[in-house]
Design a protein around this ligand. Structure first.
Ligand code: SAH
Ligand code: DHB
Ligand code: MG
Length: 244
């Protein structure tokens, strides 16, 4: 049986819909030369993030998981000149490669890379009053994703968009018996969202050069907007949800 044509379709879409991009090519080359894992979003996914950032009209974006700055380049490019991307990275080598890549892209002034474990950096952002962010992209260590999502809720406003990468994991998301900590982390997030009334969320399965995976998209609906709390009607499709 032949392989599904996912990669070929991605290549076709990329060749027609994405401009050739020496800056992004250089980003990937330098990441590879520094032996960073090649797990960045694909080009078509990067452009998807860029379009979402623009659609939201984001001026302030938060990313968790910088790697070599590939997705950060897409996100930062979608910002207005006085916009800001804050991106959090644990690994100093990754952060260094990203710094070089973002400087080459002419985005150094728009991007702040913060080094450390995201679970330490996120509370600091809250303390500093760095929010609200208009768009948040969660793409770091998967077992902590639910915790990152909870911090993202403290750092956003009604109307903000939170996007989570790698939610579907080759379909393992549907496997309740999975022992994979990454899968369990994503199941924990989705399960928690079943009763999280502050967001309206969906999952989108994706295929392409990175195989079979998916994004979770969540729009922040505002605090105290639960129908039981306020008597207001929920946004379409937000409730009732099935219990976890
Ligand atoms: N968003 C990037 C890919 C990120 S890969 C892109 O698409 O271009 C995941 C990154 O998260 C790695 O660089 C890894 O070092 C970082 N990471 C892992 N654990 C982390 C943690 N606890 N805090 C912050 N970053 C972490
Ligand atoms: C992998 C892919 C990712 O997008 C990521 O953030 C982490 C890991 C992977 O394919 O292993
Ligand atoms: Mg990812």
């Amino acid at each position: 049986m032949s392989e599904p044509p996912w990669a070929a379709v991605d290549e076709f879409l990329e060749s027609h819909l994405l401009e050739s991009d020496p800056i992004l090519d250089a980003c990937l080359r330098s990441s590879e030369a520094a032996q960073l894992p090649s797990i960045q979003v694909s080009p078509t996914q990067g452009k998807f993030l860029y379009l979402l950032t623009k659609l939201v009209g984001a001026r302030r974006v938060l990313e968790v998981g910088t790697l070599g700055g590939y997705s950060a380049t897409w996100l930062a490019r979608a910002l207005p000149e006085d916009g800001k991307l804050v991106t959090l990275e644990l690994n100093p080598k990754h952060a260094e490669v990203a710094r070089t890549n973002l400087a080459r892209a002419g985005l150094a002034d728009r991007v702040e890379i913060r080094l450390g474990p995201a679970l330490e950096l996120l509370p600091k952002l809250v303390e500093e009053g760095s929010g609200p962010f208009d768009f948040v992209f969660l793409d770091a260590d998967k077992p902590n994703t639910r915790a990152y999502f909870d911090w993202a809720l403290k750092l956003t406003r009604p109307g903000s968009l939170i996007v989570v990468d790698n939610v579907v994991r080759k379909g393992e998301l549907a496997n309740a018996a999975s022992a994979d900590a990454n899968v369990r982390g994503m199941r924990e997030l989705v399960t928690a969202l079943a009763t999280e009334h502050r967001v309206s969320a969906t999952g989108i399965q994706t295929v392409g050069v990175k195989g079979y995976d998916g994004f979770l998209l969540a729009r922040v609906e505002g605090r105290g907007s639960s129908p039981t709390a306020s008597g207001r009607t929920a946004a379409p499709g937000t409730r009732p949800k099935r219990a976890a």
